[in-house]
Design a protein around this ligand. Structure first.
Ligand code: NAD
Ligand code: WQD
Length: 340
């Protein structure tokens, strides 16, 4: 029995493949490289010394997906694949609704057809919109996300719950990630955004290696300890490890369960700048700019349900997240196009 990992060549998926292979699972990856590249798979193999089965396929195409299910015995699915750029989703909402929802619907259909009942699905803190309270527990009502991308995450959660009710699935584990950062400690896997990074850490690491002149800090007049936005940053390897626990849980449980995955600690943008400078000894020039539309002042998790039910707790601190992110960026200034 293999674990099918959709989007396994992506940032979180690749780190999860490493943890799955290290834990002894057989892994089948489906990815169309919409936001990744084949070199990632070589690096997963180099790190783990193990092979995985790969299909270059678009999940929006049911026929391609059928071949994957036909040729493999799948025990459970971890569903990472999706488009995730907030700004692009505002400019092109139909692309996001059609692809993120379309691929999830195709996947659920194939899972029902081949009687694969267990799924762990990537969701996001974005489903809470401007959260009612912090730390955010899982029973905080799911609100209005700030963009079409976020709305697709809300709808995907709903689709999975409804398919489960109809007995098309047996067990659904919804993982709501807060802000994943960091990289594999080998420096061989990390976040490689196309073009100008939208998120804080990839932008900051590019400033650190001199690819960009300065960091724009989006607003310093929020009601937070220093006026800049507060988030719950979590090391991507901690996040990857949570997926192993979630798969184990999916095998045992039935029904749908929701988990917030964060450290439970909120850091501001300026906290991150200071921590990065301290961890790496590099100076990060920054300028205070206007607020970014759609941003909330603060969002950080109460991750205690994951600790209680999954036996998972984040291990890596902010210094480690910064060091690993910096190592990745330094070793791969041009992402996976860099020659090592
Ligand atoms: P990513 O873009 O690095 O990985 C997604 C992968 O899915 C990519 O390799 C991409 O090529 C693939 N993909 C996209 N469309 C596809 C299609 N039609 N068919 C096959 N493969 C396809 O993103 P990530 O950061 O690893 O995120 C993984 C999941 O976690 C996503 O669902 C994302 O929405 C969610 N998430 C990410 C974050 C974050 O900040 N990174 C936060 C919360 C939730
Ligand atoms: C973090 C903080 C910014 C960039 C996004 C998505 C969310 C989820 C995670 C997928 C904020 C500030 C940022 C910069 C800055 N992704 N910032 N200068 O907005 O919390 O969440 O990624 O599900 O859906 O919305 O993350 O890294 O963009 O921003 O000052 O150049 O850094 O204002 O306070 P965010 P982020």
């Amino acid at each position: 029995m293999s674990i099918l990992v959709t989007g396994g060549a992506g940032f979180i998926g690749s780190h999860t493949c490493v943890e799955l292979l290290n834990a002894g699972y057989d892994v089948v990856v489906v990815d169309n490289f919409a936001n990744s590249c084949p070199e990632v798979l070589n690096r997963i193999k180099k790190i783990t010394g193990r092979d995985l089965k790969f299909y270059e396929a678009d999940l929006c195409d049911p026929d391609s997906l059928d071949i994957v299910f036909k040729e493999n015995t799948i025990g459970a699915v971890i569903h990472f694949a999706g488009l995730k750029a907030v700004g692009e989703s505002v400019l092109n909402p139909l692309k996001y609704y059609s692809q993120n929802l379309g691929m999830t619907i195709n996947l659920c259909r194939k899972m029902a057809e081949y009687k694969v009942g267990k799924i762990v699905s990537s969701s996001s803190a974005t489903v809470y919109g401007a959260p009612e309270k912090c730390p955010v527990t899982e029973d905080v009502p799911v609100g209005h996300a700030n963009c079409p991308y976020g709305e697709t995450k809300i709808i995907i959660e709903k689709i999975l719950a409804d398919v489960l009710l109809s007995k098309g699935l047996e067990s659904v584990i919804v993982l709501r990630y807060f802000n994943p950062i960091g990289a594999h400690e080998s420096g061989m896997l990390g976040e490689a955004p196309n073009g100008v990074p939208e998120n804080l850490l990839p932008y900051l690491t590019q400033v650190a290696v001199g690819k960009r002149q300065f960091l724009s800090v989006f607003g310093n007049d929020y009601p937070t300890h220093d006026g800049t936005g507060v988030r719950d940053y979590i090391h991507v390897v901690d996040l990857a490890k949570a997926h192993i626990k979630a798969v184990e849980r999916a095998y045992k449980a039935d029904g749908i369960e929701y988990y917030n995955l964060g450290t439970g600690i909120g850091y501001s943008v300026l906290d991150i700048v200071k921590a990065y400078e301290k961890a790496t000894g590099k100076k990060i020039p920054y300028k205070i700019m206007d607020r970014r539309p759609g941003d909330v002042a603060e969002s950080y998790a109460d991750p205690s349900r994951a600790e209680k039910n999954l036996g998972w707790k984040a291990q890596f601190d902010l210094e480690r997240m910064c060091r690993d992110a910096d190592r990745w960026q330094t070793m791969n200034p041009d992402g996976y196009a860099s020659v090592n």
